[in-house]
Design a protein around this ligand. Structure first.
Ligand SMILES: [Zn+2]
Length: 265
């Protein structure tokens, strides 16, 4: 069991409960002010291949595809403003049903993807003929076999879901070639709606947490932490990635969207 008083960002024993929500507690670090909840994913054993996707789940996933494809096309446009996909090797971390790797390949690039949820991997195989990998980026199969081989890594809407985001980013950085790129987006704690929810929690003594209850969830594979822009930029810098661009396509300011370049030693 993880000791949640140990901050998942700075590692100091300085995190204390800040917001008590019905199903979870949001901890805040007294040292770096990182916010994260007291829940981690455990990864259930694999089921026999091809057994999880049912007619009902297939329909549900398909109903979400148009909206998600639109989002991934936006992400692809953001990348194109910095580099061309043609011939470039991309590792997509947290691929879901494989929409982004499929788009990347269609755009002329080469893509691999990581997705821990078996049901999504089955859908990716069936619909896009993509064989997504279940091993997380921290696994030796990436860290040893794939060190510094990718032109770029993409992490779309995933950093807020992983158990240990600093470790995930460090591991992602390791597989990027020197001078290669990392593109990512994640919810922003600087968003006005987050601040309003914090005020509401305080004024109502916890009875009206507004979005806090929706932005975080202790359920498997849901949001566990939300970064401020300063925290994310500092973390990227610490692990050898320089932020070289941002996107403002989420005008509401609800997301951080950045591109960084791996430092050349
Ligand atoms: Zn901290």
């Amino acid at each position: 069991m993880y000791d949640f008083s140990r901050c998942k960002l700075c590692g100091e024993q300085a995190a204390v409960p800040k917001y008590s929500l019905p199903q979870m507690t949001v901890y805040a670090c007294g040292n770096c002010d990182f916010h994260s909840i007291d829940a981690l994913d455990d990864f259930p054993p694999e089921q026999p291949e091809g057994t999880l996707l049912t007619e009902k789940s297939r329909k549900f996933i398909e109903s979400k595809l148009p909206q998600n494809r639109k989002r991934m096309k936006k992400n692809l446009r953001f990348i194109r403003a910095h580099l061309s996909p043609t011939g470039r090797h991309c590792l997509d971390i947290g691929s879901g049903v494989g929409l982004f790797p499929a788009l990347w390949q269609k755009a002329g690039g080469v893509a691999q993807g990581i997705e821990p949820q078996q049901i999504f991997r089955e859908f990716a195989q069936e619909n896009f003929q993509l064989r997504l990998r279940r091993e997380l980026i921290e696994d030796p199969c990436w860290q040893i076999d794939c060190a510094e081989i990718f032109d770029l890594v993409t992490i779309w809407d995933t950093l807020e879901h992983v158990n240990f985001p600093a470790e995930t980013l460090k591991a992602a950085c390791r597989v990027i070639k020197p001078g290669g790129h990392l593109f990512l987006d994640t919810p922003s704690r600087d968003a006005f709606s987050y601040r309003v929810s914090e005020w509401s929690y305080r004024l109502s003594r916890g009875s009206k947490p507004l979005l806090l209850n929706r932005l975080y969830s202790p359920k498997p594979y849901r949001h566990k932490q939300i970064f401020t822009q300063l925290q994310l930029t500092a973390l990227l810098g610490k692990i050898g990635l320089s932020v070289v661009g941002r996107s403002d396509y989420h005008r509401s300011g609800t997301k951080l969207v950045v591109v960084c370049q791996k430092n050349v030693r």
